[in-house]
Design a protein around this ligand. Structure first.
Ligand code: CA
Length: 430
């Protein structure tokens, strides 16, 4: 029976023929994701990047479903329960994401992965009630997949590894909505190449070019989109505005109870799951709009800049950070409180890595299986991927108000311009 039919620009028709999946999508906790943008502030730069976490979650369910169905058909050890777990874990893997997730997490010390598991296992949530009504103990099994605790390693691989349903969906989806035409890989070919060896997912060598395109596309998305300097400028402004509000809260409780009642439990560091679930991008944007007429000069100015898109500018710099002192000095002379008007933003990524048992979160390797059934780690059979392996890419930027570069009347304008022209480097590199 067909419960719902979604039309998706990335995957085409996604039909839901399981009541369980339909009931989960219809919960309050999942529908909240319809009001949370997948790329938070990226639409300041990429005008099309308005896609939601709900669309991504349904997309991951769809890919997880295709992969699991294929593995079940070809392997006796893959049960119909494994397929259900993969579908449900795919759908729910991001349910704990909040509004402007990463910024919010840093400031209020929340953790979306822990909250995802809490939503799944807490008897107060609709998600938990749907899961437990379907089958007693199901919620724990799903949470164990998402938290990597499950012994069903292949199902974990499917949802969370260096090449999984989550990454395939977000790369294709983010590329589509940001117009990143360089991201191109054949997801059907990759899915069809998946096999089970020793209860782990491996990829047939016939899909090697598409696996390479996936890794390269991912690398390019990080360099161009996720680490985009203007995108990071919007994050910096958002972060500084929220930091100002948090610092003001103790002296202006009444003002914040009036303009931001749903943030109060977080300002007081005394919140529960239900408080968290009441926040989304819409709620936050309404708050920012109210703050743009705040009586506090700094909060009002930062919110005004956020609402009207006056983003900070930045300069690349090198260690040591003390080289930034001259810039900070000029900013202070111009009357800026550098705690709220500047920020250091570091963005680094490791495009592909082989297994290191000495790191906290070792990456699972992508394994390629050849015609003669030998299994090799991807970088051993792909010179292209080898070139990207174990190398970290990215930069460090110092952000400051944009008028420092455009308003000739600022004090020490030409010195500031000179210092920021080629980046601030300790060594003689330009
Ligand atoms: Ca995800």
């Amino acid at each position: 029976m067909n419960y719902a039919n979604f039309i998706d620009p990335v995957h085409g028709n996604i039909s839901v023929d399981s009541k369980l999946i339909f009931d989960l999508i219809s919960t309050r906790e999942m529908q909240r994701l319809r009001h949370i943008k997948q790329l938070s502030t990226a639409s300041f730069t990429y005008l099309g990047a308005e896609h939601t976490r709900l669309a991504h979650s349904v997309g991951v369910f769809h890919l997880a479903s295709q992969i699991a169905t294929k593995l079940q058909q070809e392997n006796e050890c893959w049960t119909s329960y494994d397929t259900e777990l993969a579908q449900v874990a795919g759908l729910l893997h991001d349910v704990g994401h909040g509004a402007f997730s990463h910024t919010f997490e840093q400031l209020f010390e929340t953790n979306h992965e822990a909250i995802t598991c809490a939503i799944i296992t807490n008897p107060e949530t609709e998600v938990n009630q749907v899961l437990e009504t379907y089958r007693h103990g199901f919620a724990k099994d799903v949470a164990d997949i998402i938290a990597h605790r499950s012994q069903r390693k292949a199902v974990v691989d499917l949802i969370s590894s260096q090449l999984d349903a989550d990454r395939m969906d977000y790369l294709l989806r983010d590329a589509y909505f940001t117009g990143a035409s360089y991201v191109k890989f054949d997801k059907t070919k990759i899915i069809n190449s998946m096999k089970l060896v020793d209860n782990r997912i491996v990829f047939d060598k016939s899909a090697l070019s598409d696996v390479e395109s996936f890794i390269i596309g991912r690398h390019q998305m990080y360099q161009n989109v996720y680490f985009n300097k203007t995108n990071r400028a919007a994050v910096v402004l958002l972060q500084n505005m929220l930091k100002r509000a948090k610092d003001l809260y103790p002296e202006q409780r009444d003002y914040f109870r009036m303009t931001a009642p749903r943030l109060v439990p977080f300002f007081e560091n005394n919140y529960d799951l239900q408080d968290y679930l009441l926040l989304d991008d819409g709620v936050m944007n309404a708050i920012f709009s109210l703050w743009s007429t705040s009586g506090d000069d700094i909060l009002q100015d930062l919110a005004q800049r956020y609402v009207t898109r006056i983003l900070p500018k930045s300069v690349v710099f090198d260690e040591p950070e003390s080289d930034l002192e001259a810039l900070r000095e000029i900013l202070i002379q111009n009357g800026y409180n550098i705690e709220y008007y500047t920020e250091v933003s570091k963005a680094y990524d490791l495009p592909y890595d082989v297994y290191h048992n000495d790191v906290d979160n070792p990456r699972t390797e992508i394994k390629i299986i050849s015609d003669d059934m030998t299994v090799s780690e991807l970088s051993c059979v792909s010179p292209l991927v080898k070139a990207l392996t174990s190398i970290t890419y990215g930069d460090k930027r110092f952000y400051f108000p944009s008028e420092m570069k455009t308003d000739y009347s600022v004090k020490d304008y030409s010195r500031f311009a000179e210092l920021t022209r080629h980046g601030v480097f300790h060594h003689d590199k330009v």
